[in-house]
Design a protein. Structure first.
Length: 378
C-alpha cells in the first residue's frame, strides 16, 4: 500500500523518493479539447466538468501544488476505476481509462499521496457503451483475468504455510516463508486495490494505518518477526485473519472489472509501487526483502504489457520498441542482485549508487509505460 513516510528513520529515503517520484510524472503532450482537466494543489482539486460520457476517458492532470500528488477515479464503494500516482509539483500527467457504466463517480486528488483525498463528484452518462470488439484485446483481457486468478490461487497455499509457521511460534521458518507468500499479491496488486477494502487489511504499513483502523496483515507480522523477534497470541490471531482476508481476495478476483486500459494503467501503478516503496526500502523496512517485491511488481507489469503488446505494436511500434528495451534493461539489472533462488537482502550493503541505478532504471521504464493505455485505446 502506497504511503509517503514522515519518520526520522526514513527521512533520507523520503527525500530521495521525492526526486524519484517527481521524475516518474510524465509531461503530458495531449492537446485534446475533450479531455477532462484536473488541476491539483495542496488544498484543492479542480475538475473541468461534472458530467462525461461513458467510454474511453482522457484526464489531463496538472499539479500546481508543492506536494507530490495522486489522482484517482472512484466508482461507488471506493472501487478504483483508474489512478495515477507520483505526480510531482509543477508536472503534468495523462490518464486514459475506460468507464463502461453510467452512474455517480468521484475524482480525488491526494496531496502528499495519503488520506481519502479532495474529492469532486462527476456523473457518467450513456452507460454500457458497446464499442467495436477487438479480438486481440478481448483475448488479452481474458488471459490476464486467468493470470490474476492463478496468482491469487497460488498465493493461498504459500501464505498458509507462512501463517502456520507463525501459529506454531517458529520465527525462523516464518521469516523464511514471509517474502515468498507475497509474490502473487505483488504481481497483481492493482487488481486487489481496485476493491478498495482488501489492501488496507492485508498490505498496509504501520504509518499508513488510518485513525481508528486496526493494523493487520503481512507488515504487522513482519514487524513482530524481525523487530520483536517473537510471536505472541495476537500475532497468531492475525495470521488467521490474514488468511481470511486473502481468501476473500481470492474469491473476489474473478469479479474484478478488467479492461485493456486498466491493465495498462495497472502496469504503470506497479512501477509506481517500486518507485515509492521498494527502491527506498520502505516497503519491507524490517525484513529488507524489498527486492522480492520489486521483482514481483516488475513481473506483473511485464505480463500486462506482453498481453497488450500485439495491439500496442500496431498503433505505436516505437513505443513497443522502447518498452522492450527498458523492460530488458531493468530485468537484467535486477538479476544482478539475485542470491540463489531469491534476492539479496536490501539493507545498507546495497548502497546509494546501487539504489540510484535501480531508481533510474525504474524511471526509464515508467515514462514510456505511462503511454501504453493511450496506445491500446486508439
Amino acid at each position: 500500500m502506497r504511503v509517503l513516510r514522515s519518520s526520522a528513520v526514513t527521512a533520507v529515503a523520503a527525500a530521495a523518493a521525492l526526486t524519484t517520484v517527481s521524475g516518474c510524472a510524465e509531461k503530458s503532450d495531449s492537446k485534446s479539447s475533450d479531455a477532462i482537466k484536473v488541476t491539483a494543489s495542496d488544498d484543492k482539486c479542480k475538475v473541468s466538468t461534472s458530467s462525461i460520457e461513458a467510454g474511453h476517458v482522457k484526464i489531463n492532470v496538472t499539479n500546481k501544488g508543492s506536494k507530490v500528488t495522486e489522482v484517482y477515479v472512484y466508482a461507488t464503494g471506493d472501487r478504483i476505476v483508474a489512478e495515477r500516482e507520483n505526480i510531482g509539483p509543477g508536472t503534468k500527467a495523462e490518464i486514459v481509462a475506460t468507464i463502461k457504466k453510467a452512474g455517480s463517480y468521484e475524482i480525488a486528488c491526494k496531496p502528499g499521496m495519503k488520506g481519502d483525498g479532495i474529492r469532486q463528484k462527476i456523473t457518467v452518462t450513456g452507460g454500457d457503451k458497446q464499442e467495436k470488439s477487438n479480438p486481440e484485446l478481448d483475448k488479452a483481457v481474458a488471459e490476464y483475468r486467468r493470470y490474476v486468478q492463478q496468482q491469487a490461487d497460488e498465493t493461498i497455499p504459500a501464505a498458509q504455510k507462512f501463517a502456520d509457521a507463525v501459529k506454531s511460534g517458529d520465527v525462523d521458518e516464518a521469516k523464511k516463508l514471509y517474502a515468498v507468500s507475497r509474490i502473487g499479491w505483488e504481481r497483481t496488486e492493482p487488481v486487489a486495490e481496485s476493491f478498495g477494502d482488501i489492501d488496507p487489511k492485508v498490505d498496509v504499513r504501520e504509518d499508513g494505518v488510518e485513525k481508528d483502523q486496526k493494523w493487520t496483515g503481512w507488515h504487522k507480522l513482519e514487524k513482530s518477526l524481525w523487530e520483536g523477534k517473537k510471536i505472541d497470541e495476537d500475532d497468531k490471531k492475525l495470521a488467521d485473519q490474514l488468511m481470511t482476508d486473502l481468501k476473500d481476495w481470492q474469491k473476489r478476483v474473478g469479479t474484478a472489472e478488467i479492461t485493456p486500459t486498466s491493465m495498462a494503467n495497472g502496469a504503470k501503478e506497479l512501477l509506481d509501487e517500486v518507485a515509492t516503496g521498494k527502491v527506498t526500502g520502505e516497503e519491507e523496512r524490517y525484513s529488507h526483502t524489498d527486492l522480492v517485491d520489486f521483482n514481483g511488481n516488475v513481473e506483473g507489469a511485464q505480463k500486462s504489457y506482453e498481453l497488450l503488446k500485439p495491439v500496442a505494436g500496431k498503433s505505436d511500434p516505437e513505443l513497443v520498441k522502447e518498452l522492450d528495451k527498458q523492460f530488458g534493461d531493468l530485468k537484467k539489472l535486477l538479476d544482478g542482485y539475485r542470491d540463489g533462488d531469491g534476492f539479496k537482502i536490501y539493507d545498507d550493503s546495497i548502497g546509494k549508487d546501487d539504489r540510484k541505478k535501480l531508481s533510474d532504471a525504474v524511471n526509464a521504464l515508467a515514462e514510456p509505460l505511462s503511454k501504453l493505455a493511450g496506445a491500446v485505446a486508439k
